[in-house]
Write a protein that binds this ligand. Structure first.
Ligand code: PMV
Length: 317
């Protein structure tokens, strides 16, 4: 018996970094997925296969997760070992993870993997609800990133276009918008924790400026919510450029990212970093009138693909 589940990656449309300081962000899941396929194996081992390699651990040795040498594999071993223990299973599990999302560039691939693996592994015993899946996926992510807000896993599980802030959590803000984005990968791998730390240093040194930028971000996000309701792509694009400018000022852009945004701006409605920055990806807002010209131009410099908003979130196959 095989248990298969898939979960989408995500992009941040507005508000990354500022969200850490209480301001709302707008994010959505995208129609690019991670698929996890699980099945029982006779030996008491957990075996994981992905594009990153093949990894295998004895179930009992996982009582101490520190035994996992490849840090990025910890969440998946955690998920599988928890399911085996809770279901008093005397066999092991093999998990295959397949991805349509590049990793380490701010598109939520690790959260989507945690969501898909949680649903797929537990589906071998009984299907979990989305609420149950997201709880375990967040715990799993916290085995490597303790301060994880859970935002990525939540968007991946439930899908759609949402606003998020630390106090109120998520709010569905979609009017079933059918937005198209070109995602361009700078191929500069970033480390979110490092970039978040650098922003904190910037904030501590430039308190007044940072407060001013926070107020500008609040306006951008409020106007973006209105533009989304009106489906005003021109306005939305110009707000993205304004938001990129703020991200530049707090020091999270790079030369390559700025070059990509400058090129995108020639034809797209707007463009900006998505996620932590310090590399990673930019998103460009397009429609049928400027999709091809923008894509042809950006492809001269970066790997690109088109993404739309995903409204389904976690799916069992
Ligand atoms: O690069 P990502 O997708 O992991 O984005 C992180 C978003 C931040 O606002 C920079 C950090 C956070 O925890 O919200």
């Amino acid at each position: 018996m095989k248990s298969i589940a898939s979960a989408p990656g995500k992009i941040i449309l507005f508000g990354e970094h500022f969200v850490v300081y209480g301001i709302s962000a707008i994010l959505c899941s995208i129609d690019k997925r991670i698929t996890a396929t699980s099945q029982f194996v006779d030996d008491k081992i957990i075996k994981i296969r992905s594009s990153l390699g093949e990894f295998e651990m004895n179930v009992d040795s996982l009582n101490n997760l520190e035994n996992v040498q490849q840090k990025f594999m910890k969440p998946f071993f955690y998920i599988a070992q928890k399911a085996i223990k809770e279901n008093s299973m005397e066999r092991g599990i093999e998990i295959v993870i397949e991805s349509e999302i590049p990793s380490g560039v701010g598109l939520g691939s690790s959260s989507a993997s945690c969501v898909a693996v949680t649903a797929s592994v537990n589906g071998l015993f009984h299907r979990l609800s989305k609420d149950e899946v997201v709880k375990i996926a967040i715990q799993a992510e916290r085995t490597i990133f303790e301060q994880n807000s859970g935002a990525d896993s939540s968007v991946s599980t439930f899908g759609g276009l949402v606003s998020y802030d630390l106090k109120n959590g998520f709010q569905d803000i979609s009017s079933k918008n059918e937005l198209s984005f070109i995602i361009s990968n700078s191929a500069q791998v970033h480390d979110t924790q490092n970039v978040v730390r650098q922003v904190k240093e910037f904030k501590d040194k430039n308190t007044e400026l940072f407060n001013k930028l926070c107020n500008e971000e609040i306006d951008i996000v409020n106007n973006a919510i209105i533009s989304l309701k009106e489906n005003n792509l021109v306005k939305l694009g110009s707000l993205m450029l304004e938001n990129h400018n703020l991200l530049k000022q707090i020091g999270v852009s790079t030369e390559k990212i700025d070059f990509l945004v400058k090129e995108a701006k020639k034809t797209a409605h707007g463009a900006k970093i998505t996620g932590a920055g310090g590399g990673g990806c930019i998103i460009s807002l397009v429609d049928d009138s400027n999709k091809k010209s923008t894509l042809d131009n950006l492809r001269k410099t970066a790997d690109c693909f088109i993404a739309k908003i995903d409204y389904s979130g976690l799916r069992y196959t």
